[in-house]
Structures are given as C-alpha cells and as structure tokens.
Design a protein around this ligand. Structure first.
Ligand code: RB5
Length: 150
C-alpha cells in the first residue's frame, strides 16, 4: 500500500521509525515532511497528507504531532478524510475495520517508539469490514460533509 507520512516538529522524532517500519511491512511511503525539530505549524502537514489521500497519491496516511490531537482536528476538515488519534492497539485496527479511517494520527509526546510501531502494524493490518451498519454510519458522515461543507 502507498502511505503518506508527515509530522510537525513535535511528531518528527517518531517519523523515521514509522517510515522504517512501513518499509519492513512492505509498504511504499511518501514522506511529506517536516524534516527537523524546528517549529512548524501542524495544519500545514495535515493538509499535505489530506491532499495526498484525496488525490490518490496515497491510500492511507500516518500523521504525527506532539499530542496527536491538533493534527487530527485539522485533517478531519478535509472532505474524504477520516482521521483518528489512536494510542492503543484496539483503536488502531478497529478504527479502520468499523470507521474506514484513512489517516491515523499519533502523538510522539504520548507514545514511545515500540508502541508506535505496534500501532502502525495494527493499523496497516486492518481493512474496512464493509458491514452494512458501518456503511450506513459512514454515509451519515458523508451527508454532514455535503450539508455543512460549504
Ligand atoms: C506543537 O508544540 C504541538 O502543539 C503540536 O505538535 C500538537 O501536539 C498539537 O496538537
């Protein structure tokens, strides 16, 4: 799978480890920055991964900031993005299986590298169940985007 990865300065310390793990799992990565711990604005990196997912350069994304919160809030403003902050293994796979999450957000100041790698494995190993009840719920979210995405 092609996976876009981006971080702000808070998430940067984990980014290389995440990219390395994706490679080990056989995935192709698109690194959209940032490239140091110099302060940047996380919405710019949320935008970069959101656009990559929306225009098809990536099928999924992993987005890092310090807490996993701000970058996730920003990513969810883009139509077609379903981003979730996942700091436990259950959420990392269940959010894909039930909610068809396509951007997993991580807080590099919250999770250490070993847990982060485990979260990446669970996220990448999961696929959307396609169950009717989940499609119905996602359909309602898509309606919100139409109704309020003006
Ligand atoms: C940056 O200091 C920090 O605010 C950012 O990485 C993130 O945690 C925001 O939610």
């Amino acid at each position: 799978m092609r996976v876009a990865v981006a971080s702000d300065h808070g998430g940067f310390p984990l980014k290389t480890r995440i990219i390395e793990e994706l490679g080990k799992l056989g995935h192709e990565t698109v690194d959209l920055g940032t490239d140091s711990t110099d302060p940047v604005d996380y919405p710019d990196y949320s935008r970069a991964v959101a656009e990559a997912v929306i225009d098809g350069r990536a099928e999924r994304a992993i987005l890092l900031c310090g807490s996993g919160a701000g970058a996730c809030v920003a990513a969810n403003k883009f139509k077609g993005v379903r981003a979730a902050t996942c700091h436990d293994p259950f959420s990392a796979h269940q959010s894909v299986e039930d909610d068809d999450v396509n951007v997993m957000c991580l807080g590099a100041r919250v999770v250490g590298p070993e847990l982060a790698v485990e979260l990446v494995r669970r996220y990448m190993g999961a696929s959307f169940s396609g169950l009717e009840r989940h499609k119905r719920r996602l359909g309602k979210i898509a309606e919100f985007e139409k109704e309020f995405g003006r």
